[in-house]
Design a protein around this ligand. Structure first.
Ligand code: AMP
Length: 555
């Protein structure tokens, strides 16, 4: 298959990956950036998430990589751990046929695995400023061979106060490197940064937001009605929420939900149609200023709501109308930021989810409700990240004096540290993790049912359940056959990788594959009937991240 990516003269393995990922033509930012970066120039790109900017810088990086040098040749600096992981995954996906050694480096996690990989040789590093600098200072990260540096989301890095760290990192890279900078906005501080570190840069601006529903991560959770609040609270613990809009069905429900959330330590306000215009404006002003992070609204109250860059939209209740759904979630991902839309569906509402998927032509991933253990480990990770940040900042003079006094008085320093951590965690006690009841057997998740079948040696009784099961395992579209593979979320696989791998190995067009549903330990993929034979014929060769798998017809 040929693609319009041929024009750039990229290595064949990269064209192969682009094809496998189903990209048919370059996005505008890619058309602008690729030739410039390939020619070695410094570039400043004004582009938001959702425009394809990651591939725009990743492809030239991969193209120029010397496979025989096992030291970082490219360094991508990003503001957050999420972005580091996203960029890492994108580079791996584009490098699936050239197998570059790519490492994501970020704080809040143990050093061991990152150090191990560095020791084994890494060619592309994607990292957040704090941990990068930390490893540099410890002389674990060598940046002498870096040819290309990318400063991604420069405006965010500046507003998060990372500028000094970034400058120290840049100082450790060769002077004659290529430097590119991406930023959604170009305020004077970003321009000054570019002036200081970029050499005669060319600027490419993609200002019109080109984000569609496709850039919104859509997830749903199947939840008993009476567990919705407990599930929402768990999700609030796990998600990185900068601003959220929650939709509930009625005014009374919005008011109740606001009360409950406030009581649980998540400040929120209701936006209801029956408050005065003035009060409404004040609420909105607080929301825009970031003083209130969570608004709970009905569809009527949210009409005409003009806010940008909401990180999360929650459908606490599904709307009756699919068009309303699109309208609701369209509010996230605005201003080019990728957003997350999370829907809570009652067991009987699975079919509404399918209707929405058909309407938006977008798959919604069924996600597993975070367990108590997930939440506890997230709380510990957050605590560790905070500790790490304070250790790095070292602005603890007064506290240090207290510690010295206590230790001088004979207190064991380890006991003291443990007590201090206990006190730091005291507020967690205010947020007990509420229990969630199991779903009714009839509507249970097909996977969970399968497990019960296998372990208990009998099939869950009742016609309705076996009918439910077989319909989950059949392709919905005419001419498609549902196939199954035994890797799932637990193996960290993503839809793009599945499409890429099957398409390239079975040599069928990636775009011909249909719905993909990733469950915890398995995945269903809809394959056109005419390609099933080819897909089966290559069963010994499929591999994602060194994990082999084969496909079988689900049934
Ligand atoms: P980004 O702006 O880098 O966050 O990319 C947004 C999404 O667009 C990612 O899911 C990419 O896989 C996808 N993407 C990037 N380039 C293309 C392309 N040329 N055609 C289709 N999708 C693309």
């Amino acid at each position: 298959m040929t693609t319009n990516f041929d024009q750039f003269g990229l290595r064949p393995e990269l064209i192969q990956a682009v094809t496998a990922l189903g990209y048919q033509e370059p996005t505008p930012i890619q058309e602008g950036i690729l030739p410039l970066m390939l020619s070695g120039r410094d570039v400043m790109g004004q582009a938001q998430t959702g425009t394809g900017k990651t591939a725009a810088f990743a492809l030239p990086i991969l193209h120029k990589l010397d496979p025989n040098i096992f030291l970082p040749q490219a360094l991508v600096i990003v503001p957050t751990r999420e972005l580091a992981l996203q960029a890492h995954d994108m580079i791996k996906a584009l490098g699936q046929f050239s197998e570059p050694r790519v490492l994501a480096i970020y704080g809040g996690t143990s050093y061991g695995p990152q150090l191990n990989e560095l020791r084994n040789g890494v060619q592309v590093v994607v990292g957040t400023p704090g941990r990068l600098l930390d490893l540099l200072k410890r002389q674990k990260l060598q940046l002498d061979e870096v040819q290309t540096v990318v400063l991604d989301e420069a405006d965010e890095m500046l507003s998060m106060g990372f500028i000094e760290d970034v400058e120290s990192i840049l100082a450790a890279t060769p002077k004659n490197r290529q430097t590119t900078l991406f930023s959604a906005t170009l305020p004077s501080r970003v321009r000054q940064l570019a002036e200081k570190y970029l050499h005669n840069p060319q600027t490419i601006s993609i200002t019109a937001p080109q984000v569609t529903v496709a850039a919104i991560e859509q997830r749903f959770y199947v939840v008993n009605e009476h567990d919705k609040l407990a599930v929402l609270t768990r999700l609030f613990e796990m998600e990185t929420i900068t601003s959220a809009l929650i939709f509930a069905r009625t005014r009374v429900r919005t008011a109740d939900l606001v009360n409950e959330l406030n009581m649980r330590g998540f400040p929120s306000e209701a936006l209801s149609g029956d408050i005065s215009q003035d009060a409404r404006e004040r609420t909105m002003a607080r929301f825009r200023a970031g003083q209130v992070k969570v608004l709970v609204a009905t569809d009527v109250a949210a009409r005409g709501l003009d806010v940008e860059g909401i990180s999360h939209v929650f459908n606490y209740d599904l709307p009756d109308d699919t068009e309303v759904f699109v309208h609701r979630i369209g509010r996230t991902g605005r201003a080019g930021r990728a957003g997350v839309a999370i829907s809570l569906a009652r067991p009987s509402e699975r079919h509404n989810i399918r209707d929405i998927e058909r309407f938006t032509k977008q798959v919604m991933t069924e996600a597993q409700i975070p367990t108590t253990q997930d939440i506890e480990s997230k709380r510990s990770d957050d605590l560790m990240a905070k500790i790490e940040m304070h250790l790095r900042r070292q602005r603890v003079k007064e506290e240090r004096a207290l510690v010295d006094a206590l230790v001088a008085a004979g207190v064991d320093p380890l006991d003291l540290a443990a007590v201090a951590l206990k006190m730091a965690r005291a507020e967690e006690k205010q947020r007990p993790i509420e229990a969630i009841s199991p779903l009714p057997v009839k509507a249970e998740h097909p996977e969970r049912r399968e497990r019960t079948d296998r372990f208990e040696g009998h099939r869950t009784s009742g016609q309705a359940s076996s009918r439910g099961r077989s319909s989950e395992r059949k392709a919905e579209e005419f001419g498609m056959v549902r196939m199954e593979l035994r890797l799932g979320k637990m193996n960290g696989i993503r839809p793009g990788e599945i499409v890429g791998t099957i398409a390239s190995i079975a040599n069928i067009p990636g775009s011909s594959l249909g719905k993909i549903s990733i469950q915890s330990r398995s995945t269903m993929v809809d394959v056109p009937a005419q390609h099933v034979k080819e897909v089966l014929a290559h069963n010994s060769k499929y591999q994602i991240r060194k994990q082999s798998f084969s496909l079988s017809v689900a049934g």
